[in-house]
Write a new protein. Sequence first.
Length: 215
Amino acid sequence: MPKQADRYAALRTRLVDAAERTIAERGLAALKARDLAGEAGCAIGTIYNVFEHLDELVLCVGSRTLAMLEAALGAVRSKGPYGSAEEAIADLVRLALAYLDFAARHQVRWRALFEHRISEAHSLPDWYVEQQQVLFQQVEGPMASLMPGLDHDRRRILARTLFSAVHGVVALGLEEKLVSLPLLDLREQVAGVVRAVASGRDELCSEGEIPLRLS
C-alpha cells in the first residue's frame, strides 16, 4: 500500500490541478475549498493536512503560472551578448511584448497573480519570492548591457520600475480601465514605454535618481 506521505503528495497534486483548472477557467473568486475537496475526492479538512493554509494552495497555482510566463519570456530573449545598445533595447521590447501577449492569451490566469492578497497572518514563502526574482532577472540582463556602470541593487530596482510601467500599460489596456485599445495599438504603447525608459538611461544612472536599496 502507498505510504501516507505518497498519498498526501498525490492528493496535493490533485488539489493544485483542481485549483488551477478553476482559476484558469473562472478566476480566483470561484475558488472554494468545498468544491476543491469534492473534485479531489477528499474531505475539506484534509486539504489542511497537505497545505498549511489555502493561500499556500493558491501560491502553488501561481507558481505554475509564473513558470509559464518565464518560459514565454525566455523563448523570445536573445540573452546576449549584445553588439550594441539597440540590440539590448530590442531585447527589452521583445520581453515586454511577450509579457503583453501572455497576459492577453491567459487573462484569467494572469489576473489571478495580482488579485491574490495573502493573509496578513502569512507571508510569501522564500521559494515563491525566488521564482519572482527569476522573472525580474530576465529584464536585468539587457539592462546590465545598457547600463554597465549601474550597481546591482540599483539595476534590480530599475528592472522592477520598468516591469511596473509595462504591467501598468498592459493592465489598463486589457482591463479597459481608461479606454478600449486594439491589441496592435497596445503593443505599440508597450514598446514605446520600454524605448522611453531606455532612451533616458543616462539620467536614470545618475546618482540619486533611484533609491539605493530595495525595501
